[in-house]
Write a protein that binds this ligand. Sequence first.
Ligand SMILES: Cc1cc2nc3c(=O)[nH]c(=O)nc-3n(C[C@H](O)[C@H](O)[C@H](O)COP(=O)(O)O)c2cc1C
Ligand code: SF4
Length: 686
Amino acid sequence: MPRDPRYDVLFEPVKIGPKTAKNRFYQVPHCTGMGSGYPHTLAAMRGMKAAGGWAVVNTEYCSIHPSSDDTPFAHCRLWNDDDIRDLALMTDAVHADGALAGCELWHGGRVTMNRYSRQGLLAPRELASAFVEPVQARRMDKQDIRNLLHWQGEAAERAVIAGFDIVYVYAGHAYLPMQFLSRLTNDRTDEYGGSLQNRARLIREMIEETRAAVGDKAAVAVRLNVGELAGFTDLTAEREVREVVAMLAELPDLWDVQYGDYHIDARSSRFAREAAQEPYVAFVKSVTSKPVVGVGRFTSPDTMVSQVRRGILDFIGAARPSIADPFLPKKIEEGRPEDIRECIGCNVCIASDYYGVPLRCTQNPTMGEEWRRGWHPEIIAPKTSGDTVLIVGAGPAGLECARALGQRGYDVHLAEATKELGGRVTLESRLPGLGEWARVRDYRVGQLEKMANVTIYRDSRMGAAEVRESGFAHVVLATGSRWGRDGAGRSSFAPIPGADRPQVFTPDDVLAGRAIPGPVLVYDDDPYYMGGAVAEELRKRGQPVTLVTPAALVSEWTVGSQEQPYIQARLIEAGIDIVVSHRLATVGAGEAELVCAFTERPRTIAARSVVLVSLRMPNDALYHELTSDSAALAEGIKSVTRVGDCLVPGTIAAAVQDGHRYAREFDDPPPEEVPFRRERIMLTPL
Ligand SMILES: Cc1cc2nc3c(=O)[nH]c(=O)nc-3n(C[C@H](O)[C@H](O)[C@H](O)COP(=O)(O)O)c2cc1C
Ligand code: SF4
């Protein structure tokens, strides 16, 4: 299909200093959980973005010196010439498809820990580390500042040798240059403190140093945080930030502007919609003639065009949309925007990085698998047999399994017990703030509807007899899971006394719309979103709600997805009482007994209903029924396999991945011992 002419503007080339980007799609710097520790994995993943049509593909933050070491968070390094080779793998991969490669040179100042390098932190003045770490930063003297500029220049030279086309001065988020910019973290009385001009001096000198290092071999970009962030409340778009951009307007070749620190900038869809940063970055183009890139979880080509046409942005910056769909630009270019796998804004990607492993993505099961398993987000091996496959259950695992097997050309039959497709995502997307999660279903159903070789049966509950009689060669059980009803979970191996009372419910009851009389106690013994989301839903229904958790924070795992402070704030604002560090000991008549997680001191609270958010149990009865009697299996059935939550309950991302993996490995099993390649440290002979 030819491209829709409405989107032509997105494919115009744009000059960035001495380089030209072939279109307006710009993958802004984003971490990957890979960094310098996984050079092949990283290069293959970035190369995939270039193949998918992004005109510019950046690194993640790339440290310029051991005094800025973010271990254990994965990041790139250009500390000396030995680090060049790793990154050259990436630039080669990016250049192979005609994209420009950018390198985000980084110094964290107080926003790092130096756990690996063991060097002291540096900052404009004495400051505590931003992390829960017993270290603090010392006040930089003039020599420290000269050193910093020297490191920036040297790293820029190395970036050019590595093949980068764009080299960054990273004054984004809350890192060192921002610490100099803000009065709150800069009390200096020398030429780097006081007036705005003085506080912006470091950024100016970093730009000049970078320019001197790269000459006309690369463009110089500045990433600037134009927002108000915790602790930097003197720097708002309305106030000094506008002046900073105006002051430095023509110095870099490109402005990459974002709003706030990570948890603000990369807010999940529960807390921010597409293009949410527009009000804060809209001023930038009015004060510079240089191209401007901005972000906003852009997945709609119409929104993108609007950003360009209305003069808000020159480049459509994207981190998460490029993770969920590395081929987003190609799909618009080829006139098939309906094929875009839209980011759902769940922030599982950020959590992967935060928890120290290569990125995974709920929508894109091939993310992070490009090198180690050779998975391509758009290409999959064609079928190798005429075998038929029956998939039971059209939740995230079943839908993805059907989609990928269908793409391979197999004859696929997908049976869903209810009238609606999507399983848990359909139900959970009705919870407050989770509406965009339905995209997991919508993308897959949209693809399946185009496949003549996939048949979908709704309202078709399959029992063992139906499966046996159906005559399909392979049976995949994607029947999901249900929430446990006895309260056993992370904090209690045994059932909770009283959990068998009629006033005890689970999230399944809430999702089914059952009446749950208040006051309700939501017992959240699960670290992710469900406890908070269910509490919010019940509050929305008008019930008094108390959320009790053995953890110190509500929805504790969402610290990694950068959502935790927002979730807790939203619950507090909604009028939900929160009791942390307490376990549920017993459920009584109209009340529940809690115990302090530290002292075991008891406490009783009134509760007409209790919702237990604890373990999930696989819906695997059909599997056991089918496999327990091998003689009864129809002769033609070659395999019965569980996927997703039916095998082991987990995240939606894990379910999608498992369904996808089944389809990839169908007829083509991986090596048994380790099913993927690993990056190896090469030992030199002693
Ligand atoms: C997984 C992940 C890692 C990120 N790491 C970086 C980083 O290393 N450097 C940076 O400047 N921004 C980083 N960001 C912020 C993004 O560049 C971007 O500003 C933010 O995600 C908003 O853009 P989006 O809505 O297109 O995701 C990261 C974002 C994500 C999702
Ligand atoms: S993990 Fe979620 S937020 Fe991240 S890119 Fe994928 S869909 Fe988007």
